[in-house]
Design a protein around this ligand. Sequence first.
Ligand SMILES: Cc1ncc(COP(=O)(O)O)c(C=O)c1O
Length: 337
Amino acid sequence: MTSPSFSRRGDISSFLAMDVMREANMLQQSGQDICHLEVGQPSTKAPQVVLDAARHALDHELIGYTDALGLDALRQALSAYYQTTYKVDIAPERFVITTGSSSGFIIAFLACLDAGQKVAVTTPGYPAYTNIIQSLDLTPVTIPLSHENNWTLTVDDVQAAEKAYGPIDALLLASPANPTGTMLGKQALTDLSHDCHRAGRWFFSDEIYHGLTYAHDATSALQVGDHDGLIVMNSFSKYFSMTGWRIGWMIVPPKMVRAVERLQQNLFISAPTLSQYAACAALSPAAGTELQKHVQLYHHNRDKLLACLRDNGIDNIAPADGAFYLYADLRSLSPTP
Ligand SMILES: Cc1ncc(COP(=O)(O)O)c(C=O)c1O
């Protein structure tokens, strides 16, 4: 008797932070007092209007499937949000509502890339990127970031990676970034986006930490030049404090909408409907007022933590201008070299 073998694609590394969260949850269930720092999620609740909208939808709406690309009202609201927040005109038809940005990556990669093609990501970077890329039979190219460049990517880094590994088909990048919290300046983002456009390389701009910024507002890749190879990924998980609602969105070039719709129809049918109703309320001015208070709280926590670390001799820290992470060099405190 021989057992069938598992696929090579499924043989990816675990998402270690999720493994740690499972362990921590088990300890908590056994009665231990746990302070959760393992996964990147807000300590705050979704805004009150979001909770109210979800309750209203439960009472009044049929929570059935929605159109694969999402509720029309949510896509309209997102389009208006981009006008107010970034001063860019993006047609509602280009918004695709996803099950968190995590499902957006799957759909976008399947729509844009064939097996074996190369996707560049940075190290340090969001660890799931490489694992998602590998599970789709794509090839990750990891580009190391340096302290000298403030832990941000440059066009030179991308070109050096192409010299070493051959042409890169896509670049996936978050700003503000996980785990450093560092942000690309407007010029650096422009240079990277234009270089991708010039090279015919897809540019996936992960803007999930927009809104959680402490020095200046984050620039959307859409503000520095909308082009046919640009896909913006985003989510209600972080700034909107809705991690568990599993709801996000992406903005795709017009010519890609139908391919993405077909993939969404077949792979996910549609994003969670209750969360879509709630997300409409998350974009309202009332939610914005509450969310700004969250940002003040994170800002306060960040300043406190930075001061505390510095007082304890830990001062080699990446300039965390956004998100809710600090990337600090602790090697001097480590027993191993
Ligand atoms: C940079 C980045 N992108 C994407 C995600 C996935 O978020 P979600 O699927 O909740 O939208 C995370 C989660 O931590 C992240 O840090």
